[in-house]
Design a protein around this ligand. Structure first.
Ligand code: HEM
Length: 494
């Protein structure tokens, strides 16, 4: 049994609250539940819940207890799915009953946090019908391409030795999320959105409830464990939530732009112009902020993983660059239309998704009716999540899963694409087409135009960045430093 977690005082407070409120742990039918590590009477796995490296720990436990694992905390059953097959069987094929969400902090109009029901269906439909594969490409492909070129140019022009490039990647991610939702294109560092919605803002405001960069703290899985009635539950909106919810409509001032006929394509405009709009004004504000909440940090973190992979694997970088030069011609920048002709770049992006999926545990689902799977009983109300990181390490699917190896995804390879990165079933990431196009064009543009090498230490030796990912809901490498130089100093034919 691991040492007592640091969060135990908080956990203890929750337990005390549960006892005071008369909630009883649902341990009574353990005999039919899926297997799991040994637990204590009454408090179940409270003492053994990992606080750091959670996905890795669940993956290790899965080797012993299997790919459907049960963990018990007071009042709540957790089911951790450690294989693609189990995740698809339950979260996708049985999506009708596995698509609830735990109660999250009262963000009632932010889709990832809305449980099932009529409000969920309207929000999901509004976003899903807007962000289809075709419309994501048609409406936002050009903006993403411009933003990717601006990103690469800034990485080259403003480079310093041992620069951290996260802020440029962050601006790219913000640009895509804000444009898709609000129709506002960021074209300068001075932009109101970049200043007000920088990672630093999120860090500062998000620290009210997370561990920085807006992460909800998974350790102990407490945020969504705390029942609505528990006194310690947050009542007021944290500042970042307030800002995100108020900002899109006020700042962009869509109504004025509509009157002046200067409004550009966006989710908000689309909804406002529909006679049969699915969402009212308050709901629409939430939906507008949803793109930012769902897309900004996930895109940023995935691009940081890409950068790390390129520093650590110069041969892979070179292979992708050779393909780009061969297919497009030297000193030509890619567009999304070139994607189908660049199988190595495609495989590289797919491997970035698999090598370090940034939402390691996805977003938890809630089972809405008792179910049976492989002879086990899964209780109604169980919080069910896929260990996406663990699934990416499944050696029965991916050979040498720890290594970064794009070859595994070349068209001739038998290894299946890692679709798990975007989740499952009715709750699958609603922005996945937008995100995938954005990540591909950013990666392909950087590869075509930049040479990425290790930063050097004061003695001139290359710094090898660590592969360790942060803990938290959105996991990413820390302090990725590198040197970026132009591959074609004479510029590009576009
Ligand atoms: C690389 C970037 C991204 C990754 C890895 C990612 C991954 C995910 C995952 C794993 C889920 C949970 C799915 C589940 O519960 O089964 C999710 C949900 C969601 N994502 Fe993304 N996402 C990304 C980008 C985006 C973008 C750009 C947007 C916005 C336009 C977005 C909006 C959402 C929303 C709204 C949900 C909640 C859907 C629901 O609860 O019904 N995501 N995403």
């Amino acid at each position: 049994m691991p040492a007592l977690p640091d969060s135990l005082p908080t956990a203890g407070a929750v337990l005390a609250a549960l006892v005071v409120l008369g909630l009883r742990p649902n341990l009574k039918r353990n005999a039919h539940l899926p297997p799991g590590p040994p637990q204590d009477p009454l408090i179940g796995h409270l003492r053994s819940m990992p606080v750091t490296k959670i996905a890795d720990t669940y993956h290790q436990w899965a080797q012993k207890y299997g790919d459907v694992m049960h963990l018990q905390l007071p009042g709540v059953s957790f089911i951790v799915l450690g294989s693609h097959d189990a995740a698809v069987e339950l979260l996708e094929k049985r999506s009708a009953i596995y698509s609830g969400r735990p109660k999250f902090m009262g963000w009632k109009n932010i889709l990832p946090f809305i449980s099932s029901g009529e409000r969920f269906r309207r929000h999901r439909q509004a976003l899903q019908t807007y962000l289809t594969p075709e419309s994501s490409l048609l409406k936002f492909g050009d903006v993403q391409t411009r933003a990717a070129r601006r990103l690469a140019k800034r990485m080259i022009d403003e480079q310093r030795e041992d620069e951290e490039y996260e802020r440029y990647l962050s601006e790219f991610s913000t640009t895509v999320a804000v444009y898709a939702m609000n129709g506002h294109e960021i074209t300068s560092e001075d932009d109101e959105y970049t200043r007000r919605r920088s990672s630093e803002d999120i860090h500062r405001d998000g620290s009210a409830w997370g561990d920085g960069r807006g992460h909800v703290p998974i350790p102990g899985l407490l945020p969504w464990l705390v029942p609505r009635r528990t006194p310690c539950r947050r009542r007021s909106k944290p500042p970042i939530a307030h800002h995100l919810l108020e900002h899109p409509m006020n700042e962009v001032n869509l109504n004025e732009q509509r009157e002046a006929e200067t409004a550009t394509e966006s989710f908000l405009l689309h909804q406002l112009e529909r006679a049969d709009a699915l969402l009212d004004k308050e709901e629409l504000q939430g939906a507008g902020a949803t793109g930012f909440i769902g897309g900004k940090l996930t895109t940023l973190s995935t691009l940081t993983v890409f950068l790390l992979a390129m520093i650590l694997h110069p041969q892979t970088q070179l292979k992708a660059q050779e393909e780009l030069d061969r297919v497009l011609g030297e000193a030509h920048l890619p567009t999304l239309a070139d994607r189908k002709d660049l199988p190595y770049v495609e495989a590289l992006v797919q491997e970035v998704y698999r090598w370090n999926p940034v939402l390691q545990l996805g977003i938890p689902h809630v089972l809405e009716a008792e179910d049976e799977y492989r002879g086990w009983m899964i209780p109604k109300g169980a919080v069910v999540f896929a260990n996406i990181k663990g699934i990416s390490l499944d050696a029965s699917i991916y050979t040498t899963p720890d290594s970064f190896n794009p070859e595994r995804f070349l068209p001739t390879s038998p290894e299946p694409k890692f679709t798990d990165v975007f989740g499952y079933g009715r709750r699958v990431c609603v922005g996945r087409h937008l995100a995938d196009n954005g990540i591909w064009i950013a990666a392909a543009t950087i590869l075509a135009s930049c040479k990425i090498t290790n930063a050097l230490d004061s003695g001139g030796s290359p710094i090898v960045p660590s592969c360790e990912m942060t803990d938290g809901m959105d996991s990413h490498p820390r302090n990725v430093k590198c040197v970026v130089t132009a591959r074609f100093p004479g510029g590009f034919d576009v």
